[in-house]
Design a binder for this molecule. Structure first.
Ligand code: GTP
Length: 497
């Protein structure tokens, strides 16, 4: 920030466009290392990209930008040592991912080919001759893009989320960050704050010449505008919290008496023999967790020990305790009932359902094994369950054996996931990094709250707003040192990105 001489005004100066022309040329294998594959891509970025191509192809022929060309690659010092025949692609600065010249070598996959080409590039490093060439650090290509103003930090973090995305919903929310939706939102908030700082600054600079009523009216306007912004930011943070479960996975716990079919349900949902299914009650003595993709949502499903009232086995008792404890911290609990059991639900489970510790989780009761009962019996059982538990919970009939009701269950689950993560066709989930989440609370909202408490002191109030605006600058990377950025954002990237 720069103070304008003779006034109390400040200018916000972006400090990240530092350029990268003096930095070493970097290279890395951009496809997974150490694996056999049809193609492996080596990416090179920096001033010496063309030089590397010339030396590897042993030819002075200028590459045509953005035109793929099949070239033979040789070791630079052993002109007859053919390394590979590669598709080469050259992108000319500045219209490239990093903003620098980029060369891509599409090699035949496999350790030996990639190893030989990487070694050949490495051999071109020669500081005395001015060729500073080295292997890239994790995330360094993206860092160069950031330093050259190609992306702001929210977009860079979007790239990482996109690479890490395991499910469709994660991919969609990552894309919205990558495409700059969050960026434009943050920039709009920042400009709203800066507008209000400007109004307060006008009062500080010219207050003595202004009518008191005018000052009051400006202050009221600023306050109501900032109050409205605070509500928007709070809503945004709430949405992040809800969307966060998309990244971490929606936690489902299966509860029920022994033999109700919990393990069978996991196998039916995942269409795999993941849990042990057996006729001996109490097969699952400990909690088993597996990650599944259900309808594009990442779900962590936990199979637990069967709950019964009369267990005398110490290990089984511990398993039951663990099952009940697990269910207290899940997002959704599926309570399985075997319609042939009496009582339908063990007393300890009924007590647990009524316990205050178990109220936050969403619950659905599943009557399993409906292939063993008649439709009339099913109606009767639904009624009995409602009476036994004394509360209204959704009840779904299913059969893990015949598959009846499973599709219905899947639809119900996906509706629950949409509600839990606030994601639907109309509303995309918002995934932001922990870094952004923290800055929003600790800087932006903090500054706004401070402004509201200082509203009689215009100088202090405008300082607080400045703190909030700087916070948004930290989020996008406009007001942040490159070293700080390196540590926090890029260290979690893979090499080659
Ligand atoms: N007829 C019928 N049998 C089922 C159904 N689902 C599960 N079973 C059978 O019920 C028995 C117990 O199933 P599991 O999935 O092991 O039950 P569980 O609840 O995980 O059992 P514990 O690990 O002991 O708590 C097995 O013999 C399954 O084949 C169903 O829908 N219909």
């Amino acid at each position: 920030m720069l103070k304008v001489p003779g006034t109390n005004r400040f200018l916000f100066l972006p400090c990240r466009f530092i350029g990268t022309s003096s930095l070493p040329t970097i290279y890395a294998l951009s496809t997974p290392p150490g694996q056999r594959s049809a193609i492996a891509v080596v990416r090179i970025s920096g001033n010496h990209s063309k030089y590397i191509l010339r030396r590897l192809t042993n030819s002075e022929k200028e590459p045509v930008p953005r035109v793929a060309s099949l070239r033979r690659l040789y070791h630079p010092d052993q002109k007859r040592n053919l390394l590979d025949t590669s598709l080469t692609l050259f992108f000319e600065s500045p219209k490239t991912f990093t903003g620098e010249d980029i060369l891509e070598l599409h090699l035949h996959g496999g350790k030996a080919v990639t190893g030989a080409v990487l070694k050949a590039i490495e051999s071109l490093h020669d500081l005395e001759k001015g060729f500073n060439i080295r292997y890239a650090n994790p995330g360094e290509f993206s860092l160069r893009a950031f330093q050259n103003g190609k992306f702001d930090l929210t977009e860079v973090e979007g790239i990482k989320e996109l690479i890490d995305a395991e499910t469709e919903t994660q991919r969609k929310s990552a894309l919205s960050s990558f495409n700059g939706e969050n960026k434009s939102r943050f920039l709009q908030w920042r400009s709203q704050i800066v507008d209000n700082i400007a109004k307060l600054t006008a009062i500080i600079d010219f207050g003595e010449d202004t009518e008191i009523e005018d000052i009051e009216s400006i202050l009221t306007n600023v306050e109501s505008d900032i109050l409205q912004l605070r509500a928007v930011i709070r809503q945004f943070i709430e949405k992040i919290e809800r969307s966060n479960i998309l990244r971490n996975g929606i936690r489902i716990v299966l509860l029920g008496p022994p033999n109700a079919g919990k393990s069978s349900l996991i196998n039916t949902i995942s269409q795999d023999d993941i849990s042990i299914v057996s006729q001996i009650p109490g097969t699952t003595r400990d909690a088993i967790e597996i990650a599944l993709n259900i309808g594009g949502y990442k779900v962590i499903i936990c199979d637990t020990a069967g709950v019964r009232d009369d267990s005398s086995d110490a290990i089984e008792k511990m398993g039951i305790e663990k099952a009940l404890k697990k269910s207290e911290s899940c997002n959704l609990c599926l309570l399985l009932v075997d319609p042939n059991n009496t009582p339908l639900i063990p007393e300890s489970l009924k007590r647990h359902l009524a316990s205050p510790h178990f109220q936050s989780a969403d619950k659905v009761i599943l009557i399993n094994k409906i292939d063993t009962i008649s439709p009339e019996d099913l109606d009767h059982i639904v009624l009995r369950i409602s009476q036994e538990i004394g509360q209204k919970l959704p009840i779904l009939p299913i059969s893990c054996l015949s598959g009846e009701g499973i599709e219905n269950l899947a639809t119900e689950l996906i509706t629950k996931f949409q509600l839990l993560s606030d994601s639907s066709d109309e509303s995309n989930p918002i995934i932001v990094s922990q870094r952004v989440r923290e800055i929003l609370s600790n800087d932006v909202l903090y500054g706004i709250d401070e402004f509201l408490s200082f509203k009689k002191d215009v100088v202090m109030a405008s300082e607080s707003l400045r703190h909030a605006a700087t916070g948004i600058g930290k989020i996008t990377g406009e007001a942040i040192g490159v070293e700080e950025v390196l540590g926090v954002v890029f260290s979690s990237f893979c090499v080659g990105k």
